[in-house]
Design a protein around this ligand. Structure first.
Ligand SMILES: Nc1ncnc2c1ncn2[C@@H]1O[C@H](COP(=O)(O)OP(=O)(O)OP(=O)(O)O)[C@@H](O)[C@H]1O
Ligand SMILES: [Mg+2]
Length: 590
């Protein structure tokens, strides 16, 4: 009796559960090989994914019987074909050759047996065809111990007639059959999922015309074939910067997003070489954002929500570990790209579906878990050449982008609210507080800073100053000016706004163009609980109105401060109040 470490007849069954998310992700392994062979042969590839459907018995709906992937990329020699069907063998095992998509020599056999029990491969160069296969059942019962030596063959006629351009001069046809583990039973369903996924995974190659992918499904009938589905995959860009995409119109032809900030390059030293990680961000244009989350475009963007991680030009995954739960996260895009030299840093799995080393990492938190200072922890990582070290830097850079993107999205929303000019509760309170100030001025005189601006600045200067503030809130200049003029003409004394402020205070008060601008700080925990309601609610509920009036009174008090020193002191008290309130709110949540 022999004891091989990996007895193939026994392990083959366990090896079938290799973790492909679904059939579309498994098919991507075959498309990977075709794309890479095409790039290596310096030609643009045509890849066809073809489903053949059969009706198992009368009264049943037809379902997928076989799936084929055909390419015109260049084919393989007999020897390469034999290697290709071995687990862990291929032509890219030498680290010097690992600059493209392939690496482990696992993709073809591993993805194939994850979906069905048999894979047949025909490959040809200049018309000379070689054939081989592997079959799980035959391996299990010890019938098949080696990859069968490739034999001269011909491409089966069953497939030949289905190719869009006939048989290419050189190419490869991989056919999966005995499909017992596929995710979808019908060709159309499978291909729709594949269209969305492969459009995103290979968007760069398709966009740059290095690749075309045709999807088709046929039902086998007693008299021949009936076409059930056909399409060419268009790019699906989660950054929404490309044109000619599968995004719902009009954003298939015009980008729905625009680039945000500049592209960041981070140099990472690893294994004695320097590698570059690229981070790029985009943000929704206002009109796309206005089309709403529930509309076709919003739903599309939701399916693409996450950070797109690209390796060698191909998307590995849409990462969601950076606490991307808010539906508003769909209004930005973020791409992180790295070369295969950093696979160990990013933790690339051999099914190329994820970068397990890429997630939200905070060095201070991890150091605390280990019971050491952040500095000590960092020293330890350096000493051990730990691949996680550069990831902290990447993670930090992404956090920075996210913070800016989130605040830009919030600002955009704020701008939309202001532009819509609805009579929110805040707007109504602005009016009544203006009336109160008017009475107060009649009684004690115009002692406020804003009153002085009103007296000293002409209407145009005041309008300009207010316009600049409103534009800062994310409102288009023309609309901002209309709103500003309205404030000046109506002698409105208050403007209530909401923004992220770098202070502990619950709100801030400044005078601008003769108006007291009261800003509720969205960063303070009370904002989400209380103040956020004011910008949405239109109802003049007595309680909310009185609460707002109280805060307006504080704002006026600061405006009237008798000297700059007193104004400073009031500001300090306001901050202290905010800090104390934060403790109270947090304590009440325990
Ligand atoms: N469609 C194809 N055209 C040409 N050569 C191919 C094709 N498919 C596979 N090959 C060859 O077969 C080998 C094995 O493919 P396989 O997908 O198993 O591994 P790989 O691509 O090298 O690495 P990975 O496991 O990362 O996918 C490849 O290295 C390549 O040389
Ligand atoms: Mg491969």
């Amino acid at each position: 009796m022999s004891f091989p470490i990996i007895p193939q007849n026994l392990s083959i069954s366990a090896m079938r559960s290799s973790g492909y998310r679904d059939t579309a992700h498994a098919l991507a392994e075959l498309i990977d090989n075709s794309v890479q062979a095409g790039l290596e042969a310096n030609k643009s590839s045509l890849v066809e994914v073809i489903c053949l459907e059969k009706t198992p018995a009368p009264g049943f709906r037809p379902h997928i019987d076989k799936i084929a992937v055909l390419d015109n990329s260049g084919g393989m020699s007999a020897n390469t074909l034999r290697q290709a069907l071995q687990f862990g063998n291929g032509t890219r095992l030498d680290p010097k050759k690992q600059t493209g998509i392939g690496k482990f020599g696992m993709g073809l056999p591993n993805s194939s047996i994850s979906q069905g029990e048999r894979v047949d491969v025909w490959t040809w160069q200049k018309g000379i065809v070689f054939y081989s296969y592997i079959d799980v059942q035959e391996i299990s019962n010890n019938q098949l111990k080696e990859v069968p030596e490739p034999s001269a063959s011909t491409v089966p006629s069953e497939w030949l007639g289905l190719f869009i351009d006939g048989m290419p001069e050189s190419g490869t046809l991989v056919v999966w059959s005995k499909l017992d583990r596929i995710s979808w039973k019908q060709g159309t369903t499978l291909l729709r999922h594949l269209e969305f996924l492969s459009g995103r995974v290979y968007r760069r190659f398709i966009n740059e015309r290095h690749l075309r992918i045709r999807l088709s499904s046929f039902e086998i009938t007693p008299t021949g074939h009936t076409s059930r589905y056909e399409s060419f995959v268009r790019p699906n860009d989660p950054m929404y910067l490309m044109t000619g995409t599968s995004t719902p119109e009009p954003y298939d032809q015009v980008p729905a997003f625009a680039q945000f900030g500049s592209t960041q390059l981070i140099s990472i030293g690893f294994n004695g070489a320097s590698h570059e990680v690229t981070i790029k961000a985009s943000i929704a244009k206002q009109e796309a954002r206005l089309s709403g989350g529930g509309k076709v475009f919003g739903r599309h963007a939701k399916r693409n929500q996450g950070i797109s991680v690209l390796r060698a030009g191909r998307e590995l995954e849409l990462n969601k570990t950076f606490e991307l739960v808010d539906p508003r996260e769909r209004w930005w895009g973020l791409e992180v790209e790295f070369p295969p030299g950093l696979d160990d840093v990013f933790g690339v799995t051999n099914n190329k579906q994820s970068a397990t080393g890429f997630y939200r990492m905070i060095i201070a938190d991890d150091a605390e878990t280990e019971g050491v200072s952040a500095q000590e922890y960092k020293r330890l990582l350096v000493q051990e050449g730990d691949p996680r070290l550069p990831m902290y830097e990447v993670s930090e850079e992404i956090e920075k982008f996210l913070k800016e993107l989130r605040s830009a999205v919030a600002r955009m929303r704020e701008g939309e609210l202001i532009s819509s000019k609805t009579e929110t509760l805040s707007a109504k309170v602005e009016k009544s507080a203006t009336a109160s100030v008017k009475k107060r001025r009649e009684r004690i005189g115009s002692t406020g800073r804003s009153d002085r601006q009103e007296e000293e600045q002409n209407e145009e200067v005041r309008a300009q100053s207010l316009t600049a503030d409103i534009v800062d809130d994310g409102v288009e200049h023309k609309i901002a000016r209309e709103i500003a003029i309205d404030y000046v003409k109506k002698h409105t004394k208050f403007r209530v706004r909401h923004a992220d402020l770098p202070t502990a205070a619950m709100f801030d008060v400044v005078a601008s163009g003769g108006v007291i601008v009261l800003t509720f700080n969205t960063r303070h925990p009370i904002h989400a609980k209380l103040f956020d309601e004011f910008r949405k609610t239109e109802q003049f509920n007595g309680f909310a109105k009185d609460l707002l009036a109280m805060i307006m009174a504080w704002a006026r008090m600061e405006d009237e401060a008798a000297s700059p020193q007193i104004k400073d002191q009031l500001q300090e008290v306001r901050e202290l109040w905010g800090r104390t309130a934060k403790d109270f709110i947090e304590a009440s949540e325990v």
